[in-house]
Design a protein around this ligand. Structure first.
Ligand code: NOJ
Length: 548
């Protein structure tokens, strides 16, 4: 594809800032805009191009901001609208683009829309939510379950009806069949785009539209006592509550708005089956979302055949539209999931090499660049409602949400206050300042990788040629004059290069620079990037100044 058809995000790597845990500017133990603004130069130094900021809107914080009480404000915990504007202006000055998190599937039960809807069944806002009579004979209107445990319906004594919530009861689902609600969100998008955000990460992008007849979902497996909410949720086929075809019309509408601002729409399409064909229906070069997160890489076991299926299938379904990540604020950090310790860190870095080289938009989650593992947060310090409701730390997401470690000290430089909202202590070697001072640190390796991904125009366009096949432990592919290979097996493996001279531009395991012809033996694990060296005799030599 010619460079002319590239969009600004095609060249970039994104970075998820979980704002509560990034940097605390006012000493109250919770991250905020002044803290984030102060650290933007770090992100620019690291070399990311897009910063996604998780929800910062006024909220009772039942789900730590994913329960929005006002879509056009800033919660005082995080600062003011002026602080927000300063942050955006400073980011832009540093050449960073900013995505904010839009939460359209549900609001907070404290949102004035829901308050009106609940207090007066005749209010025009009643139709902004899903209210239903009890089933014949009593009980919830259907068998839908909440992601966070229990029925997806809560009974309202006053009106003798149930309302729907696919997450907490404090997060009532909005009714996207209501045209007035649809128009409200047009205004929300415009409000933030006019404040110069560069796009949106759309929460639960696959969930907005429901089948309005609300039939029972087919049950695939029996539920059993002791199952986690995630397991119970997986016992049902979500035929009527998620992934409805009507979602497309919302994104068509938003795309028209976004295009007026050259803004990016990036969906969280967290389909449990990780079916890439279904995820790909959300993205489109013309009129859908620009990009959608594909979550399979966070769940695929470190095993070559599983990884092959994940990536071949995904790229067949959506050759350039997916967004990749190894960790997030909802899932265990990659080094913990991939074996822990040095093994987990090596695999995570090797994995990142591949994700950064695939077509699509890669993201780091804060701390990935430091090789951070999850923290084992004791039950009495847990904050995630999923852990608390179910009294099971394994269900919770606190372990991956603990504060970013900036420098050695009791709170690892996250806060000057006495206490942080989740435990902040980390080993000195895990902190930004220590790793910045060591040339061979994981942080410096990520920085190098980010620089390569930005410089290598081969990695920005569409298209990839597989160099190995599903039976190989090495996942190898070529994009123009750049080759990437990941050994996902347990033993070293030889990787055959295409003809020509190659230079090792990056390895997750060894210094770069070596000239290589024909083959390289990859360690286990190891991820490498190789660049073709122009051949002086073959006429392939490029004119001076031309890019590689
Ligand atoms: C996905 C978000 O990433 C998660 O943190 C949140 O709890 C749910 N959506 C509900 O908004």
């Amino acid at each position: 594809m010619a460079d002319g058809s590239l969009r600004w995000w095609d060249r970039e790597v994104g970075y998820e800032v979980y704002i509560r845990s990034f940097a605390d500017g006012d000493g109250d133990g919770v991250g905020d805009f002044p803290g984030l603004t102060e650290k933007l130069d770090y992100l620019a130094w690291l070399g990311v191009g897009i910063v996604w900021i998780t929800p910062f809107y006024p909220s009772p914080m039942c789900d730590f901001g994913y329960d929005v009480a006002d879509y056009t404000g800033v919660d005082p915990l995080f600062g003011t609208l002026d602080d927000f504007d300063d942050c955006i202006a400073q980011a832009h000055q540093l050449g960073l683009r900013v995505l904010i998190d839009l939460v359209p599937n549900h609001s907070s039960d404290r949102h004035p829309w829901f308050q009106a809807s609940r207090s007066d069944p005749d209010s025009p806002k009643r139709g902004y939510y899903h209210w239903r009579d009890p089933a014949v004979g009593g009980g919830p209107p259907n068998n839908w379950v909440s992601h966070f445990g229990g029925s997806a319906w809560t009974f309202d004594e006053a009106s003798q009806q149930y309302y729907l919530h696919l997450f907490l009861p404090e997060q009532p689902d909005l009714n996207w069949s209501n045209p007035n609600l649809v128009r409200e969100f047009d205004d929300v998008l415009a409000f933030w785009l006019d404040r110069e955000v560069d796009g949106f990460r759309i929460d639960v992008a696959h969930g907005l539209v429901k089948n309005m007849l609300m039939p029972d979902n087919p049950q695939r497996f029996a539920t059993a006592p002791g199952m986690s909410p995630r397991q119970v949720f997986g016992c049902y086929e979500h035929r009527y509550d998620l992934d409805q075809s009507g979602n497309a019309s919302i994104y068509r509408r938003w795309r028209a708005i976004a295009e007026r601002y050259d803004a990016l729409l990036l969906g969280e399409v967290y389909l449990r089956e990780n079916n890439p064909d279904r995820v790909s229906r959300y993205v489109s070069a013309q009129d859908g979302l620009h990009r959608a997160f594909y979550f399979a890489p966070m769940h695929t076991p470190w095993e070559p055949s599983a990884m092959w299926s994940t990536f071949r299938d995904a790229l067949d379904a959506a050759p350039r539209d997916l967004s990749w990540a190894i960790s997030s604020h909802d899932d265990p950090r990659a080094p913990s999931r991939l074996g822990g310790g040095e093994m987990g860190q090596s695999r995570s870095l090797a994995y990142s090499v591949m994700l950064f080289a695939l077509p699509g938009l890669p993201f780091l989650y804060q701390g990935d660049e430091l090789g951070l593992e999850d923290v084992d947060v004791p039950l009495d310090q847990r904050r995630d409602p999923v852990a608390i409701r179910n009294q099971n730390p394994a269900d919770g997401r606190d372990g991956c949400r603990t504060p970013m470690p900036w420098s050695p000290g009791p709170a690892a430089g996250f806060t000057d206050g006495a206490e942080s909202w989740l435990p902040a202590a980390r080993e000195d070697g895990e902190t930004v300042s220590v790793q910045r001072g060591e040339q061979g640190s994981i942080l410096h390796k990520y920085r190098k990788l980010l620089a390569l991904r930005r410089e290598r125009h081969d990695l920005h366009a569409e298209g990839l040629e597989w160099l190995t096949g599903r039976t190989s432990s090495v996942i190898g592919f070529r994009r123009g004059d750049t080759v990437c290979a990941l050994n996902a097996g347990d033993v070293p493996a030889e990787f055959q290069l295409p003809p020509g001279q190659w230079r090792l531009a990056f390895s997750s395991r060894r210094p770069a620079g070596a000239a290589i012809t024909s083959a390289i033996v990859l360690d286990a694990p190891e991820g490498v990037l190789l660049i073709r060296v122009p051949d002086a005799d073959s006429g392939l030599r490029r004119p001076p100044g031309a890019r590689l």
